[in-house]
Design a protein around this ligand. Structure first.
Ligand code: DP6
Length: 341
């Protein structure tokens, strides 16, 4: 191969959160999760790959900085799994499996700020490598998962369900598409960037501590997530926005309650995040219906879901309360607005 292959992968936003692993090494989750993948225009990772006998060593550049593959177990694993797949598809002695690979990746949004950058990053890495070597395979989500759990959901567009599975080796822990993005074209996502600096406790560390110390996490995994997952998939299938929105908010709140129940606690939300939560509930109460919902990942930034018909009225209220830079609007489609810190 002597050409550069470039792909773009978008971030995905979970409405049922993945939090906690049943296997740290294979990155197998304790519970199912459900997410929406944004379109590629707004927040994405862009990765270029070149491989061949003429490349002197494996190297990965992220946002202009070289990364150490040797000390990065997840990166190493993704390279290894792709090379295995080449051998499976093209023969044990395939020369291509021995080629060195050069990777250059960039995010068009802040990295490690609780904006799902690792999901887009690993999904893009695995997808681009697979394309570069002509591999089209159902194993791609499971390889991306071993880079970062949530990355397996970014392999697909639209609405995605990552099944936790029960197999110790993870054969049944897969992402599947519930519905394409065209299924609910009125759906919009507003991203309110409250703070784009790197988070103090990474998701990987935060969820490990939660598994070790949180009683609430056990309750959530056993008693809440299974029912919620069924209900939200049903709500997505029939496009019941109120149901979808309520489950999304409840799950975000419970996830952050688990973070507080962790010892020592992981505090990802800040005062502006709490102001946004209050604002959304006040707004819904004032209009007498759930018209908008929020969810927060491991950071203070808000992801709001709303349908197109309700967008203008809501935005006019929002910018009154949270004056910000001109929001830039497009689709499932992210509208990114920056809030004051
Ligand atoms: C809060 O996928 O970043 O965004 O598997 O350790 O890389 P690792 O964690 P990661 O966790 C994402 C957690 C979350 C919820 C979600 O996206 O489901």
């Amino acid at each position: 191969m002597n050409k550069v292959v470039t792909c773009v992968a978008p971030v995905n936003i979970a409405t049922i959160k993945y939090w906690g692993k049943r296997d740290e090494h294979l990155i197998l989750p304790l519970n199912d999760s459900v997410s929406l993948t944004l379109d590629c225009d707004q927040m994405h990772a862009k990765t270029s790959v070149i491989a061949g006998p003429f490349i002197d060593e494996d190297s990965v550049w992220l946002n202009g900085q070289i990364m150490s593959i040797e000390t990065n177990e997840r990166l190493k694993k993704c390279f290894h799994l792709i090379r295995n797949l080449i051998k499976i598809r093209k023969g044990e002695n395939s020369q291509e499996a021995k080629w060195n690979i050069r990777v250059c990746s960039e995010n068009n949004f802040p990295t490690a700020a609780g904006l799902a950058s690792s999901a887009a990053g690993y999904a893009c890495l695995v997808y681009t490598l697979a394309n570069a070597f002509g591999l089209v395979d159902e194993d791609l989500p499971s390889i991306a998962r071993q880079g970062s759990g949530s990355a397996c959901r970014s392999i697909y567009g639209g609405f995605v369900h990552w099944k936790a599975g029960i197999d110790d080796l993870g054969s049944d822990s897969t992402a599947i598409q519930i519905a394409a993005d065209t299924h609910w074209p009125e759906m919009r996502i507003i991203i309110l960037v409250v703070n784009d600096s790197q988070k103090k406790t990474s998701s990987t560390v935060g969820m490990k501590q939660a598994v070790e110390t949180s009683e609430l996490l056990k309750y959530r995994v056993q008693k809440c997530v299974p029912e919620r997952t069924k209900e939200i998939i049903q709500a997505i299938t029939v496009k019941n926005f109120e149901k979808f929105a309520e489950i999304t908010m409840r799950d975000s709140n419970q996830f952050h309650a688990v973070c507080l129940d962790t010892y020592p606690p992981c505090v990802y939300l800040n005062q502006v995040s709490h102001d946004i939560i209050s604002f959304v509930h006040d707004y819904n109460e004032a209009v007498g219906q759930i018209k908008v919902s929020y969810t927060f990942d491991a950071g203070p930034n808000a992801f709001l879901f709303i349908q197109q018909n309700d967008l203008n009225l809501f935005m006019s209220e929002l910018v009154n309360v949270f004056p910000s830079e001109q929001p830039n609007s497009s689709y499932l489609r992210g509208i990114i607005s920056t809030l004051p810190y």
